[in-house]
Design a protein around this ligand. Structure first.
Ligand code: FES
Length: 245
């Protein structure tokens, strides 16, 4: 993929999208549309049934590139759209909210917005914590709440029910959100794009050699097409590091 940096402004429908994201205008803001990719079972390769996703479980898939991990979580309660957020360079955007039959399914890039800690097969310092956990909030006070994404590298904490906004720690912006499209007729779900502060270019350059070894391929920045496997984080990584304040 040689032309990832190519950007085309467009307000209408787009056909023939390849590896390069296209920045689309929507509600006076921009989001990046990548390939529309279905989430499938890693063993049968059947499309997953969204209604069977367990509440509070952390699922992992790779999108929009073969090496970029994302979290998918069923929060167990409807999550409304309309949360206004801002990237570290001041770009404002509005998160789409939850997807699925209960609007409870959310997905985010699992690359921490601080120094890009991310899940790997050997270890994951960034994890979803469905049960109550203590952390230091943005006022450096100890707070306790459930349902947070906690990066134990330097203790950035994000709220997946509010578009991945930062609750505490050094992260300068929310996690980039993955746009989901729910097919109610089939009870299937697709990843379609991202909104928020992507860090993929820095991620590829910072972790290039390790990712090549890990994946056994050199095209770590190849776009996902057609489908991507959805698995439990516990099946992907052998060691989840959990911490609290
Ligand atoms: S890399 Fe996540 S808090 Fe620093």
């Amino acid at each position: 993929m040689k032309r990832r940096g190519f950007v085309k402004l467009c307000a209408g429908a787009v056909a023939g999208i390849t590896a390069s994201p296209q920045i689309l205008a929507r509600d006076n803001q921009q989001y990046r549309r990548y390939e529309r990719v279905s989430l499938v079972d890693p063993h049968s390769h059947d499309m997953i049934n969204v209604s069977l996703l367990e509440v509070g479980e952390t699922y992992l898939f790779h999108y929009p590139y073969v090496s970029t991990p994302c979290f998918l979580i069923n929060l167990g309660r409807p999550v409304q759209s309309g949360v206004q957020l801002k990237t570290h360079d001041g770009q404002r955007y509005r998160w789409q909210g939850g997807a699925g039959p209960q609007r409870s399914i959310v997905a985010f890039s699992a690359i921490c917005a601080h120094k890009m800690s991310h899940p790997a097969p050997t270890v994951s310092f960034i994890n979803y914590r469905h049960d109550e956990v203590r952390f230091r909030n943005s006022k450096d006070a100890v707070e306790q709440r459930s349902g947070v994404i906690y990066c134990c590298s330097e203790r950035s904490v994000y709220d997946p029910a509010s578009g991945g906004r930062v609750l505490g720690g050094p992260a300068p912006q929310p996690l980039a959100a993955i746009e989901l499209d729910y097919d109610a007729a089939g009870d299937h779900i697709y990843a379609t794009g991202t909104i928020g502060g992507e860090m993929f270019e820095r991620y590829f350059s910072s972790f290039h050699d390790r990712l090549v070894l890990q994946l056994g391929r050199t095209d770590i920045d190849r776009a996902m097409t057609d489908s991507t496997e959805l698995m439990r984080l516990s099946d992907y990584t052998s060691n989840q590091i959990n911490c609290e304040a």
